[in-house]
Design a protein around this ligand. Structure first.
Ligand code: NAD
Length: 361
């Protein structure tokens, strides 16, 4: 298969971790007989330095012409970097919002996996963490409360602020279809999360999800209220496979789920549109505090590349190989400094990339 991948190394540790992900992808290409072409483009702070803006039309055009986008991370130290003296729409993060919008990325996927070898980093009690967990949070990314009409007024000296939460059935249906498609590649269970006991938008969400479920008889569906889901994530995270939810609930639940894994350098993510196209990036930021030191953990970016193989290219066998390599290397006791524990061997960002690439044969 011929794959054209646009890479946005970005800022901080971004270039270091993207280069390790390319190393692993090149190994996959060699072992499984694919042709991978990489094109690097600028975004965020690097683009501000070169062109004065965080996102150029050229970067958008290159991304649109590619089969998928692999990103490191953008942004700098928000206190000391001159990028943050610029108006908000000229700062690095504006590039990220801009590209998501330009590519119509409405489905955000964030896996939260507890690796047996890293179970000590999990803040939950041992009797809960020992069951392990492997879930995918699917969050609607372009509708709901964050994109509704809002205003602040003052009546008779009383200040009043209004935000609106709107979803139409098409917005719900397209994310629900993505959620069920992804469940079909996993353990075939969807937990749809809403607040249907209070909100009309949630009652419509539930109806449309039920309609979509009828086309996926192999997938088991349950509905859960968001407050219960927040509790269940810390009480019994092993019960979840795919959690399907709207924008604000997903924002909060995905952060909660990732924190219970305890390892920020291990968390991948993807944002998809209604074709197979996606933007893949680690969940963490650009870690300016450790940039250039060669100690960043590249695994979140490498696992994001595995998601790209699975969800944009349907290369499940190749994605499995990358994920298995990560498990194997952890089992062998290799760790970057952020996940280091006693008795393990500490390796640099580049060494971790080499080890993972070597593990794929
Ligand atoms: P951060 O995730 O960059 O860093 C938080 C802490 O985790 C730091 O101590 C950092 O060293 C550590 N860390 C993060 N990733 C690591 C890795 N792969 N290996 C080892 N350690 C790692 O969050 P922050 O410091 O709040 O933000 C820094 C910058 O990143 C800001 O400019 C922020 O806006 C930006 N940011 C960008 C994205 C994105 O591009 N999607 C997401 C979040 C934050």
């Amino acid at each position: 298969m011929k794959l054209n991948i646009v890479c946005i190394p970005g800022d901080g540790i971004g270039p270091e971790i993207v280069s390790e992900a390319k190393k692993v992808l090149n190994k996959i290409a060699g072992v499984y007989g694919h042709e991978m072409n990489f094109q690097d483009v600028l975004m965020g702070g690097a683009s501000i330095d070169a062109y004065g803006v965080p996102l150029t039309e050229e970067t958008i055009a290159a991304a649109k012409a590619a089969d998928a986008v692999l990103m490191g991370s953008i942004g700098g130290n928000t206190v000391t970097s001159p990028w943050y003296k610029l108006p908000p729409d000229k700062r690095p993060e504006a590039g990220l919002l801009g590209i998501r919008k330009a590519l119509n990325l409405f489905a955000n996927l964030r896996p939260a996996v507890l690796y047996e070898e890293l179970a000590d980093a999990c803040p939950l009690k041992k009797e809960i963490s020992s069951a392990g967990f492997d879930m995918m949070i699917m969050r609607e990314l372009t509708g709901g409360l964050y994109f509704g009409e809002r205003h602040t007024t003052q009546e008779n000296g009383i200040r009043k602020a209004v935000d609106t939460l709107t979803y139409d059935e098409n917005e719900i249906r397209r994310i629900a279809i993505k959620g069920f498609d992804i469940a079909m590649k996993r353990r075939k269970k969807v937990t749809s999360v809403d607040k249907a006991n209070v909100l009309d938008s949630s009652r419509l969400w539930r109806k449309v999800v039920d309609e979509v479920a009828a086309d996926y008889p192999e997938v088991s569906l349950e509905h859960m209220l968001v407050d219960n889901c927040a509790m269940q994530l810390v009480k019994d995270p092993a019960q979840f496979d795919v959690i399907l939810t709207e924008n604000m609930f997903g924002d909060i639940l995905s952060d909660e789920a990732s924190m219970v894994t305890g390892s920020i350098g291990m968390l991948a993510s993807a944002s998809l549109n209604d074709s197979k196209f996606g933007l893949y990036e680690p969940s963490h930021g650009s870690a300016p505090d450790i940039a250039g030191k060669g100690i960043a953990n590249p695994i979140a970016t490498i696992l994001s590349a595995a998601m790209m193989l699975r969800y944009s290219f349907d290369l499940d066998r190749e994605a499995d190989a990358v994920e298995a390599a990560v498990k194997e290397i952890l089992k062998k006791g290799y760790r970057t400094v952020d996940i280091m524990s006693e008795g393990c061997t500490q390796v640099s960002c580049g060494e971790m990339g080499d080890l993972l690439a070597d593990e794929i044969r």
